[in-house]
Design a protein around this ligand. Sequence first.
Ligand SMILES: [Zn+2]
Ligand SMILES: [Zn+2]
Length: 181
Amino acid sequence: MTEEKQKITEGVRVIRWRMAHEELRFRDELRNIPRWLISVAVALFVIGQVVAQIVYRYTPHRQERLIEIMGVAAGMALFLGLLLLFFGYIYRDAKRRGMNAPLWTLLAIFVPYLIGAIIYFLMREPLPYNCPQCGATVTARFNFCPSCKYNLRPACPQCKHEVGAQDKYCAYCAYELPSGA
Ligand SMILES: [Zn+2]
Ligand SMILES: [Zn+2]
């Protein structure tokens, strides 16, 4: 296998691992949004309503009613606020995954039609997790825990397929696995 091919295989493996192990719940993910950004979004909404009032008061011959102007302001504030929170989430998420957070956030903001954001969600690194033996933080790219040498990716000694830590027999070739393989 060429080095390039190996890299791609490794990339695919990491993505599959992430899909199998990361059960992200929307409610938990919302907590990842910075608090101050939520305040900014709320402030945006309030400012929009104040501007609506001012526009209504100081342009005497407007055709629109106050409620309509307020509605437009609310819609715009909501749209902008949600975008802000979305990019704030990407920044925090990239950071906790050990990725280049400013770069990915800029990419998500400036590549049009949210294509940058979609690329981010396809490419993002798996979340670090704790070693089952010693609790040290490890990533899906590790084969062994750097603190305690725990085998994070046990493989069948006969066919070299990856096997589960609790498996008694290899699922691919039925080889009897030594306990703690
Ligand atoms: Zn460990
Ligand atoms: Zn096997």
